[in-house]
Ligand binder design. Structure first.
Ligand code: C2E
Ligand code: CA
Ligand code: CA
Length: 810
């Protein structure tokens, strides 16, 4: 150490030493600036940066050495051989470049260390090659231990520089690296110089053509300064271009619709305008804040993987509601540079609009468009959830199936808008009748469901609700100033007695509803086990009926109709009966609905029509024959051609055939029914309105088609003189017939009193047990033979005289 200091202070020109030091420090710092650029680049760009780094480092070391050598004043004449001098420069550049290449090959301390060793050795190699180019008037004697020491110091300085500077990303790191490297170089140099003892020898000539110290200093100094400045310039240009590139990227990012945020070690580093707006803060406010966990929370825990979509929420800094977002993350990478590594870009997309759209779609999928009630699909789901709930809580639950009475008629008669108004109003009433967790839903058409979740006892709670629903729905719906009268039928099933699943409860409530409709509508019925049996029974009946039609078990009975004025029989109504092999005679009211439900009514109706027409054609007197049509037959477009064909094949005159239809049969498809009726009428067939008074009984029905006859339902006739209302209705219908010039028939005439009344009111024809019961064809000869005396309604009527009556008649 002492020798080192003595050498430095006594044998050197300190001003030049200072110049050497400055060149060294500037060169080393520039080296590390270049080194940091090189580490951030790839490919050819990286190679170019490496070359420049090696060149700047090499020439700095070399220049330091030679300026320091010029500062060395041993008191003898000195000079430098050009070859050695040049060689030492090349060695320096080569070692430096390879040292930095090794250090940056991988991001590890081992690499930094290895690179440092290489650079240290390079400095030593340069120094001693340079020394070999040193010529003076004397012999150089080397102290080997000090030489070794100098190399160690150089290596130490260089490794420390590389290890501590690391990637040299910041100016501070670059200064540390540069400073340490510079110290290593200086230490090596002067320790190396102190290892020399010069023994003067006048015989050694220093040739004059050798480079002199002064020229050398000037040349070396200026070349090195240029190289260093070149290096610094390159760095400056590069950072300027990358800054403007960044500016371009920023403008692009700000134009992006999505929020973009750059994160480094969890902290916000940068963000675009869209992100700032989403978060409700300015960029400066955001930079440095941590993102995930405070501003952004993910819905599901777990690592963010590159390119994997995650959902989460943004909590705006400005306050306000959380914003649902979807986030994609990507490591920042612009290809040529890797200095951006460690930066992650998150693309944050606002999901509010999408969520709102999804919400809307879900709503539409789950709700009925007209009434806004939950639809069939969501009913399943909600009922399932309600069942889970009551199972856990011990509450009770009931399912109430609701069907509007006379909805189809109202819909057909007043139009679809009126129908819609009825449904909307019904939905409103149902909703007003229940409170969550109970709810109402629409199954479709005029069918609704209420699921009642009650704390109270069942069946009391369900019965109370059903009662009030019946009342609520019985109030007329006002549509365009008209009052539309409605009513409803309800079927109820209870959990768990009538079922534990959605399907069972719904099916059983439906069965109970069926029962309610059957027992005259306007009532509610609870499901009962026997209903199951009834259904099974009907199924058996349907099977038997199919067979019965094929095996000729059906027969047609005929009931006479008499003119009211003189009592003469003017026609018959064909009424079908089924002679069941084991059950005996089954009345039509029991099997016609079964036939209708099971698609057998077509075949059955055909058969009756054909039989009745054939029978009537065989009568000697040209009496009329009335045949009942089911609504399903009436809506079959093939009906007119069928009737035509039957008339031709039986030879019956069309004017003798009368087809009876009910008012409600018309309404299923009003237009098609009217169409069929017109075509039938065109054949010359007569059309009668059956059971008038039981349906809508509207004047408009009678006006919509020229009916040939009105049949007053027997329920009114039977109550003549018993209920004022019935008497009034019979009178009104008779009056209506007169004013429209349509003949009116009274059905179910059983007593003398009724006959007297009806005659007095100018009723046209009479039908009923008082005239004759439905009977088989072979018992009718008294009326159908040409010579037969007319049946006159004079004197007391002998009831029950006709054979073949149906005991279980309705
Ligand atoms: P409907 O057309 O009103 O037929 C009259 C019903 O009243 C017949 O019952 C008849 O037996 C009964 N009846 C007649 N006079 C009296 C009376 O003085 N007092 C009482 N209490 N009842 C009387 P039925 O034969 O049981 O027929 C019931 C219903 O079945 C018929 O009512 C009709 O709608 C339907 N029906 C009968 N035959 C056929 C058919 O061939 N095709 C179709 N589609 N329906 C039919
Ligand atoms: Ca009838
Ligand atoms: Ca009738």
């Amino acid at each position: 150490m002492l020798k080192f200091l003595t050498c430095l202070t006594t044998q050197h020109d300190l001003r030049l030493v200072l110049v050497a030091g400055l060149v060294c420090i500037a060169g080393c710092f520039t080296t590390f600036r270049l080194y940091s650029r090189m580490r951030g680049a790839r490919g050819v760009v990286r190679a170019a940066w490496l070359l420049l780094t090696g060149l700047v480092a090499g020439s700095s070391v070399w220049a330091t050495h030679f300026i320091a050598m010029v500062a060395f004043t041993p008191g003898l004449k000195t000079g430098y051989s050009p070859t050695g001098t040049l060689l030492s420069l090349m060695i320096a550049a080569l070692f430096m470049a390879s040292g930095f290449a090794v250090a940056s090959a991988q991001r590890s301390t081992t690499n930094d260390f290895a690179g440092g060793v290489l650079i240290g050795l390079g400095v030593a190699a340069m120094h001693y090659t340079g020394m070999s180019a040193f010529v003076t008037q004397g012999h150089l004697v080397w102290e080997h231990a000090t030489v070794g020491m100098s190399a160690i110091l150089g290596v130490f300085g260089a490794t420390a520089a590389l290890v501590l500077a690391g990637q040299a990303r910041t100016v501070r790191k670059q200064a540390i690296g540069g400073g340490l490297l510079c110290l290593g170089i200086v230490a090596l140099h002067f320790t190396g110089m102190s290892a020399i003892t010069i023994i003067p020898d006048a015989s050694i000539q220093v040739p004059d053509q050798l480079l002199s110290g002064g020229i050398l200093t000037l040349a070396v100094g200026s070349i090195t300064a240029m190289i260093i400045l070149g290096g610094l310039g390159a760095v400056a240009i590069e950072s300027q271009t990358s800054r403007s590139a960044l500016e371009r990227i920023r403008r692009l990012a700000n134009a992006a619709y999505e929020g973009l945020v750059v994160v480094q070690s969890g902290k916000i580093n940068d963000a675009n305008a869209a992100f700032c707006e989403l978060v409700g803060a300015d960029l400066p406010e955001l930079v440095g804040r941590s993102l995930v966990g405070s501003i952004l929370t993910f819905d599901e825990a777990g690592p963010t993987r590159e390119g994997v979509r995650r959902e989460g929420k943004i909590q705006p800094i400005s306050g306000g509601r959380e914003i649902p977002v979807e986030v994609f993350s990507r490591l920042m990478d612009d290809g040529a540079r890797i200095e951006t590594s460690g930066l992650t870009v998150l693309a944050v997309r606002d999901l509010r609009e999408r969520r709102a759209a999804e919400e809307k779609i879900r709503y539409l999928a789950e709700h009925d468009g007209l009434t806004g009630l939950p639809n069939r699909n969501s009913l399943q789901v909600r009922l399932g959830a309600a069942l889970d709930r009551v199972e856990a809580s011990g509450e009770t639950l009931s399912v109430i199936c609701i069907d509007l009475d006379h909805f189809k008629e109202a819909n057909d008669q007043h139009g679809h808008l009126a129908g819609d108004a009825i449904l909307v109003e019904t939905a409103r009433r149902l909703q007003s009748a229940v409170q969550a967790p109970s709810f109402a839903a629409r199954l479709g058409g005029d069918e609704f469901i209420i699921v009642q979740v009650a704390g109270g006892d069942q069946p009391t709670a369900a019965a109370e609700l059903s009662g009030s629903l019946l009342e609520l729905l019985s109030a007329p719906v006002v549509y365009e100033g008209q009052e539309l009268a409605l009513g409803s039928s309800l079927g109820v099933s209870l959990y768990p007695d009538d079922g534990r699943t959605t399907e069972a409860l719904m099916a059983n409530a439906d069965m109970a509803l069926y029962r309610a409709k059957e027992s005259g509508r306007g009532v509610y019925r609870f499901f009962k086990r026997e209903m199951d049996d009834t259904i099974r029974e009907r199924r058996n009946l349907a099977r038997d009926l199919r067979q019965g039609i094929a095996e000729d078990e059906l027969v047609v009975h005929y009931q006479p109709l008499a003119r009211a004025s003189d009592g003469e029989v003017c026609g018959f109504e064909a009424l079908v009966r089924w002679q069941h092999p084991t059950r005996g005679m089954i009345p039509p009211l029991e099997f016609i609905p079964v036939a209708e439900e099971n698609g057998l009514i077509g075949a059955l109706g055909d058969w009756v029509l054909r039989r009745a027409c054939a029978d009537a054609a065989s009568w000697e007197k040209p009496l009329r024959i009335a045949v009942n049509l089911s609504p399903i037959q009436l809506h079959n477009p093939a009906l007119p051609s069928l009737v035509h064909e039957v008339l031709i094949s039986t030879g019956l005159s069309p004017s003798r055939l009368e087809l009876e239809i009910t008012e409600s049969a018309l309404f299923k498809d009003y237009q098609r029914a009217l169409d069929n009726l017109r075509r039938l009428k065109a054949l010359g067939v007569r059309i009668a309105m059956d059971d008038f008074g039981t349906g809508f009984s509207s004047l408009s029905t009678l006006q919509s088609f020229p009916f040939d006859k009105i049949k007053i339902d027997k329920s009114f006739v039977e109550n003549i003189h018993r209920h004022d209302r019935a008497t009034v209705i019979v009178r009104a219908v008779l009056g209506l017939g007169r004013s429209l010039e349509i003949p009116v028939v009274a059905e179910g005439v059983e007593t003398e009193e009724q006959i007297v009344f009806l005659r007095g009111e100018n009723c046209t024809e009479l039908q009923g047990y008082a005239i004759g019961r439905p009977a088989p064809i072979d018992t009718l000869s008294a009326w159908t033979l040409a010579g037969a005396a007319p049946a006159r309604l004079e004197g007391p009527v002998d009831l029950g005289q006709a054979p073949g009556e149906v005991k279980r008649s309705a």
